[in-house]
Design a protein around this ligand. Structure first.
Ligand SMILES: [Zn+2]
Length: 256
């Protein structure tokens, strides 16, 4: 989106912040009315489909913008539902038996031969293991290169200090598992749209997901999943308006 940042050597923090806040207010209003229209049209049907799976739910939680983590046994599934549409879900996965063996973006891009991921794609670790496979995906296009927003880079881009961020959420979620900021590799952004153009330029643009869209991932090993449901308000990654997601852990055999 052109004009998202006010750039230049002589621009003050206050000017950048005023620009970012004014743009976010205007874009949020447009985004919310578009999302309401799409939800009224397809939301119930999409959510109905998202809540069907051939197995038993192990847990079912609504996750507000913020941190989340869970452990999955090999063979179990994680379904992430974008309840309101255009909501970036920053995602990391670790081998539960060895947290130094974790999602590796470059390996995943190389093995799948794509900077975007979707149905059928495998999430590859540092040591060449398949940690999870994307079994279902109603969007078809998710980001591997945009990384997570941080309080520090939000200040750099928007001139606004102390914003909530995915990096802060990751740190908070990882701490519960005995890890720290050094354990944050480049992450996946489900439902985030970061097109790479033929000339190599790229930026975060409006998301493609609609209310009720989902991804479904199968654990190929025992894994730890760490999520930041993105709290970003100053760019289109979460429709300028961070909203809750629904996270369902399920097992494909009934009665477990
Ligand atoms: Zn974020």
């Amino acid at each position: 989106m052109a004009g998202i940042l006010l750039e230049g050597d002589h621009v003050t923090d206050d000017e950048r912040a005023a620009h970012a806040r004014a743009l976010a207010t205007k874009e949020r209003e447009k985004s919310m009315s578009r999302a309401a229209e799409v939800k009224a049209r397809v939301g119930a049907q999409k959510l109905g489909k998202a809540l069907q799976f051939p197995g038993t739910a192990l847990s079912d939680r609504v996750v507000e913008p913020g941190p989340f983590s869970c452990k999955l046994a090999k063979g179990d599934h994680l379904r992430i539902i974008d309840l309101e549409g255009q909501q970036a879900v920053d995602f990391l996965v670790y081998d539960a038996a060895n947290d130094e063996n974790r999602y590796n973006a470059a390996n995943t891009i190389k093995i799948n031969r794509s900077v975007y991921i979707g149905k059928g794609f495998r999430l590859i670790s540092d040591l060449g293991d398949v940690l999870m496979t994307i079994i279902e995906d109603t969007v078809g296009h998710h980001d591997t290169i945009g990384g997570c927003c941080s309080t520090e880079v939000n200040y750099m881009r928007y001139g606004i200090k102390d914003t909530p961020s995915c990096r802060t959420n990751f740190i908070s979620a990882l701490r519960a598992h005995g890890m720290d900021p050094r354990d944050i590799p480049a992450n996946i952004n489900f439902f985030m749209n970061v097109p790479v153009r033929p000339d190599g330029s790229t930026e975060i643009v409006d998301g493609l997901s609609e209310p009720g869209d989902y991804v479904d991932l199968r654990a190929e090993k025992d894994v730890l999943v760490v999520i930041s449901n993105c709290p970003q308000q100053y760019n289109p990654c979460s429709g300028w308006n961070p909203t809750p997601i629904r996270v369902i852990e399920w097992h494909p055999q009934p009665g477990r």
